[in-house]
Design a protein around this ligand. Structure first.
Ligand SMILES: Nc1nc2c(c(=O)[nH]1)N[C@H]1C(S)=C(S)[C@@H](COP(=O)(O)O)O[C@H]1N2
Ligand SMILES: [Mo]
Length: 447
């Protein structure tokens, strides 16, 4: 007898649980470690269901046993704490709706192209987070006057000699009443991919601050200088030439998100009828709510207001929509521009930065007005066979799809290969040249 589905689920309970936890239409940017992107129509739902919520993990997802899990709070405190999940639940509950967006969301749109996961629009989601205020935990430990920043470490362990993912936020953000240690997402315990049993919620700030699988909090009187603070997650302090390398000393940490919009309908490349067309999407910002979203169909000469949707929360995303008639057939570029309550608005042109962070250029889609079927364009990277040296160097830690998503110059590939070699990738000195040639020929800038 063939094993039926029930039998298989009994044999592979973990696989079954995972299958339930990720919607079939998620875009897999990397299968291993897990990097999954929400498809564009995810912006049609105000609260993103967990199975459609993007996943970003630098390393492999750790398995945490809740019975033995503990949170250590130490450093510049009067009384170091060791808290169980039960202890945490004794604190007053805090709950808020907030967007969580990866600093690298939209990286795929930068020109010249930059290294890293080639996220388009969907490494972002909007969820309801429940837990306790970080400030309440810090007060219980008695944080000292010397405290400058709060450092978070999670249960995930680095691959090879890569540095551990450890992040700090300044004290002012840590003691803000909206900064939360969350054990629930959308009313249920966090899933393993999203940080079970506890994660940081830093509303309005980029996702790298939202440390998952949290186990250690350190209150510090001076800046932490680990890789993920001093080298990664930084932006140039001044405008630089697109494509230029920047000294980390001339960079400043990525903190708040900026105002941003996506056009969900029509989709890029769609043919729309000559009559009225509903243009709609979602918009969000950092620490300030969205105040308006406008659209333009004439290259930004004229902007018209849109209607904002009824669902709102200070840090949540907001729906917007409007009707538009082209007047005559032809090709049009529709643009959307969000402004937040601090008066900041989306730029028309990108400010290039070496890691491709905080893409928030005015959203654009090209539509054909006239008769004919809708033909949205879909592009997926093709994965060529990898030669043995490249396999043994890269595939130990990354799935091929992640590498196939890159479009890098020689200098960028050299930097990536050398960084990975420092982090323990097995690259024999005599193979370095061939590996770079292969990567450049297959995944070069002009594809
Ligand atoms: N411990 C740990 N926390 C982490 C990460 C990680 O790799 N390890 N990735 C961060 C990044 S870069 C992002 S964008 C968010 C993604 O959260 P999600 O997977 O729940 O969407 O988690 C953050 N927290
Ligand atoms: Mo991220």
């Amino acid at each position: 007898m063939l094993p039926n589905r029930r039998h298989l689920l009994k044999l592979f309970p973990v696989a079954a649980a995972m299958a339930r936890l990720r919607a079939a239409d998620m875009i897999v940017r990397s299968a291993r470690p897990e990097d999954f992107e929400m498809p564009l129509d995810g912006f049609n739902t105000w609260i993103t269901p967990v199975e459609r919520f993007f996943v970003r993990t630098h390393v492999y997802r750790p398995t945490v046993d809740p019975a033995h899990w503990q949170l250590r709070v130490e450093g510049q405190v009067a009384q170091p704490l060791t808290l169980s999940l039960g202890d945490l639940r004794e604190f007053p509950r805090a709950e808020l709706v907030s967007v969580l967006e990866c600093a690298g969301n939209g990286r795929a749109f930068f020109r010249p192209s930059v290294a890293g996961l080639q996220w388009e629009n969907g490494s972002v989601g909007n969820a309801r987070w429940t837990g306790v205020r970080l400030v309440d935990v810090l007060k219980k430990a008695g944080y000292q006057a010397a405290a400058k920043e709060v450092l978070f470490n999670g249960a995930d362990v680095p691959i090879g000699t890569m540095p551990d993912f450890i992040r700090a936020i300044p004290l002012a953000k840590a003691i803000h009443p909206d900064t939360v240690l969350a054990f629930e997402m959308n009313g249920e315990a966090l899933t393993p991919s999203h940080g079970f049993p506890l994660r940081v919620v830093a509303p309005g700030w980029a996702g790298d601050n939202w440390v998952k699988w949290l186990t250690n909090i350190e209150v510090r009187d001076k800046e932490f200088d680990g890789f993920f603070m001093k080298t990664a997650y930084r932006l140039p302090v001044r405008t630089i030439a697109p494509g230029a390398a920047v000294d980390p000393a001339d960079m400043t940490p990525v903190h708040s998100l900026g105002p941003k919009s996506v056009i969900v309908s029509p989709v890029d490349g769609q043919t729309v009828g000559p009559g009225a067309v509903r243009i709609k999407g979602a918009a969000w910002a950092g620490e300030y709510p969205i105040s308006s979203v406008e659209v333009s169909a004439d290259s930004g000469r004229n902007w018209r207001p849109t209607m904002l949707g009824p669902d709102k929360a200070r840090y949540g995303w907001r729906f917007w929509e409007t009707d538009w008639s082209a007047g005559r057939t032809g090709s049009y570029v529709l643009m959307a521009r969000a402004t937040d309550e601090a008066g900041e608005t989306q730029p028309l042109v990108e400010e290039w930065n070496p890691s491709g962070y905080l893409w928030n250029v005015v959203a654009q889609v090209r539509v054909e007005v006239g008769a004919g079927p809708a033909q949205p364009r879909v592009e997926r990277p093709e994965v060529p066979p990898f030669p043995p040296q490249v396999k043994s160097a890269c595939i130990g830690c990354h799935a091929e799809d992640m590498i196939a998503g890159q479009k890098l110059t020689r200098a960028q590939w050299e930097r990536e290969v050398d960084k990975m070699t420092r982090w323990g990738a097995s690259v024999k000195p005599e193979d370095r040249g061939a590996i770079i040639e292969f990567l450049l020929s297959q995944f070069g800038p002009k594809r």
